[in-house]
Design a protein. Structure first.
Length: 248
């Protein structure tokens, strides 16, 4: 099965750029989009992540990411969908900005790595982005499917455990007309995979994310994902906020 990937900005965050780029960009204010990815091409309505529940929709934020910011319902409507239409949600991880709209998808199955469920129910104090309230409904309804091994979710879409940003992070590999795309299971921007000359000059092929489980393994996993993908989709890259389809 072949798919196309449609990014929808469903929120933003403004913070120090080094939150994305480890030991680089300190002191620089940076705005990232928070995405829900609509996957088209099969007989199922599939999303990767669900974004923020109440995003700030302002001219300033939209200018910063060069794209429109949608609520969950608005973003799905753009693609002829409602939350009730969604069949499958694949979670890169369960930090709040990636799962706040889960409860609205009453008919969906949610694919989550087992270590991510452990983290959201018993988070380390450093991981304040985990809020189990956002998955209590779907968990109580038996909608969660626990991922324990790498492999396919449906024909043409598979996941790989990539504990870079969180212990249970999943990178989603999707077959597209232009090759295998990877929606990274770790929070990065384009510069993480295409570092500036001063970083490359230090013989670094990638920049790990500012928030990581282990910076050394994060680097190695990122390099491996790059080798396995024809199209890299950094999870918070602003250039995707325009909403143009990926993989066509």
């Amino acid at each position: 099965m072949i798919y196309t990937i449609h990014p929808v900005a469903m929120g933003t965050k403004v913070f120090d750029k080094s939150m994305m780029t480890y030991q680089y960009g300190q002191g620089e204010s940076y705005t990232i989009p928070i995405f829900c990815w609509v996957i088209k091409g099969g007989d199922k309505n599939i999303l990767v992540d669900t974004g923020e529940m109440n995003p700030i929709q302002s001219e300033q934020r939209e200018k910063a990411i060069n794209g429109k910011i949608y609520t969950f319902e608005q973003g799905l409507k753009k693609h002829g969908l409602t939350p009730e239409d969604i069949d499958i949600v694949i979670h890169t991880h369960l930090h709040n900005d990636h799962c706040e709209n889960d409860y609205k998808c009453e008919n969906a199955l949610f694919y989550v790595h087992e270590q991510e469920l452990e983290s959201i129910h018993n988070p380390h104090p450093l991981d304040y982005r985990y809020l189990e309230d956002y998955i209590e409904d779907v968990e109580g309804n038996g909608q969660i499917r626990i991922v324990k091994e790498d492999g396919p979710i449906v024909d043409g879409i598979s996941v790989k455990h990539t504990p870079v940003h969180t212990k249970g992070g999943l990178t989603v590999f999707i077959d597209t007309p232009k090759g295998k795309a990877a929606i990274t299971g770790f929070c990065i921007i384009e510069e993480n995979y295409n570092p500036p000359p001063e970083i490359k000059g230090m013989e670094m092929a990638v920049i790990p994310p500012g928030t990581h489980v282990d910076v050394y393994s994060a680097y190695d996993i990122m390099v491996q994902v790059k080798k396995e993908a024809d199209i890299l989709i950094p999870l918070h890259e602003p250039r995707f906020a325009c909403g143009d389809p990926i993989g066509i």
